[in-house]
Write a protein that binds this ligand. Sequence first.
Ligand SMILES: Cc1ncc(COP(=O)(O)O)c(C=O)c1O
Length: 429
Amino acid sequence: MSAPLTSSSRDELIQAIEPIIRECYQLPVTRTPGRVSLSSAILGPEEALGVLRTVLSGWISQGPLTAEFERQFAAYVGAAHAVAVNSGSSANLLLLAALLEAGRLQAGDEVIVPATTFATVAAPIVQLGLVPVYADVESDTFNLDPAAAEAALSTKTRALMPVHTLGYPADLPALAALAHRRNLVLLEDCCEAHGASLDGRRVGSTGVISSFSFFVAHNMTTGEGGMILTNDDMLAALCRSLREFGRADQRALARGRFHTDEHLQDYDKRYVFERLGYNVRMTDVAAAIGLAQLQKLDAFNAARRETADWYTVQLAGCEDVLQLPRPRPGVTHTYYTYPIVVREQAPFTRRQFAEYLESHGIETRPLFAGCLPDQPGFRVAPHRVAGALPVARRLRDRALFIGVHPGLQPEDLAHATETIRAFVEREQR
Ligand SMILES: Cc1ncc(COP(=O)(O)O)c(C=O)c1O
């Protein structure tokens, strides 16, 4: 093992290698013709150089770059505090744990979530002794329907947790008004919606606390990663402690290194554990990637929107049998994927449609869990279902999505739309 490089030799090394790395990213990439993938991390020399610099610095665990990524991400969304973690699932776990410790939620309380969503929106709710209540979603946005959320309320309901599904902002004005009227905590799951906004306001800045995911398939990535945003000082401090073993907030070290109470005398604060926590930290290697990706997020999102709009124009002739996304005014959609719903009058099933697309190299997936309380693990977990969930169950049976990411080339997009049109024409003949 050799000693870490000095900062000047590190800079020299980076300077020497930077042109080579930049040149590598100019080389043609191997492409599989006719393959329309669901997602692809768009990484460039900035990410590669960021990782290299981090490794050469010798500090690869949570450190100064994680703090800088938190600062920049909080500023981007418009929140006072950010706490970086290792996944969106961990972000959801921690924010609920923090609300429980802060006394804003109590075991047994109900949290209303959209029935159509991802597993780890509801799983942490159950894991922490709370009860998810599945309410129906809107048929055009796939987001928590404010009227269904209101109808789902009981005397035990303490929180609303909308999800900005596939980058489409949930109806936050209506949900925030409901939360205000009924004294509920409004949480936002923004794991699929980095940079999405409603009437110019970015998601993640309205609720008491919100979560983001930087999984590799998402609009920006750190490989695996997540972030919690809040304006609440206490919740931010609790999340910071919970993400690293439950130990005392390490920023308190600045006010003195030692802790004393009736059992501990002059004890190093690094090993004072104030609560039962987890270890779900982000590494500085991931943060280096995140910092580079954040600079590109708006361009990535604009490219996704352009592709999605193009898909919609190209597929407009199929709308009698396929429901396409048509965002409402004021919505800045960030299209994590491009959703299509097979209408009831279509002479084919979702499965037939998906199999045709897959056989032509176009990847598809159903709308995540479809209807979460119908999933095997969630049927038997504590929960309440509010009503018959007709929209969520329709989406469970009829929705799929295809890729819309900036790595797709014009020929891929043309292949996707031509294939869909050919299938619909064939089936309608
Ligand atoms: C709505 C939603 N919440 C939470 C998560 C969990 O994020 P992660 O995969 O980073 O754990 C996801 C995953 O994509 C998601 O779609």
